[in-house]
Design a protein around this ligand. Structure first.
Ligand SMILES: [Fe+2]
Ligand SMILES: [Fe+2]
Length: 231
């Protein structure tokens, strides 16, 4: 039973099949604050009781998001070092591929649709370029600095824990830019005159962000806390 005192991260940890429902409402379960549902939902101007009733119904229902459910359940069973290997082999690879695809597509629609949507697309292109740079640097830092230190120090020392905290702060920063992009694109709703490439760009970007949310959730709410507990 999900209660109003739980955070959305707690909910996803216990019921990964709620991710689709939360994404649909653009609720942050991974990168933002870890506030109780009662606070987070009220801040969004939504009815807490109604939300909880729907969320409990979704959590109890076997859904099409079964793959994500199984993925998170099996991730939780790994040892910390196996979690780090898994993150590098899955989300880091997928997100780099989707980032490159999105970048190409965005550049194409920026040129073709400049006459009618130049202002919005310039802003989107700019925000995305900044986010992509930050994420590439963040992935490099994880792979080359922080994850190797975590493997070397299975019982965390202060220096490593401080670096893990930096990673979490960077997740929050990325989440903020993604929220700005969601607003700017009206949650990836293409304009009426959008061509198939425009629609494909938004769909690719949305798939990228959905994967990034799961990626960050696994780090912030499963791998990093599990590591910190090994003291
Ligand atoms: Fe990562
Ligand atoms: Fe990360």
């Amino acid at each position: 039973m999900i209660t109003k005192d739980m955070t959305l991260a707690d909910v996803v940890k216990a019921h990964p099949n709620t991710i689709g429902f939360l994404n649909g409402l653009h609720l942050d379960y991974c990168c933002g604050g870890h506030e109780a549902i009662s606070i987070a939902i009220r801040e969004k101007g939504m009815d807490v009781e109604k939300f909880l009733a729907e969320l409990n119904e979704v959590a109890a229902r076997p859904t099409a998001a079964k793959d994500v459910h199984a993925d998170i359940e099996s991730f939780k069973d790994l040892k910390v070092t196996e979690m780090l290997d898994d993150l590098e082999a899955t989300h880091h690879v997928t997100d780099r591929r989707l980032m490159a695809e999105t970048e190409d597509l965005l550049n194409k629609i920026l040129i073709v649709h400049y006459p009618h949507h130049g202002e919005m697309l310039t802003r989107l292109h700019h925000l995305y370029a900044g986010l992509k740079a930050e994420l590439e640097e963040h992935f490099a830092k994880e792979e080359q600095l922080v994850f190797p230190l975590m493997r070397q120090h299975p019982h965390p020392d202060k220096e490593t824990l401080d670096l893990v905290q930096q990673l979490e702060d960077e997740h929050t920063g990325a989440g903020d830019v993604i929220k700005e992009i969601q607003q700017l694109t009206n949650n990836f709703t293409p304009p009426e005159d959008a061509c198939p490439t425009f629609r494909h760009t938004y769909a690719t970007m949305e798939a990228l962000f959905d994967d990034i949310f799961i990626h960050i959730f696994k780090e912030n709410s499963i791998a990093f806390p599990e590591y910190a507990e090994q003291q």
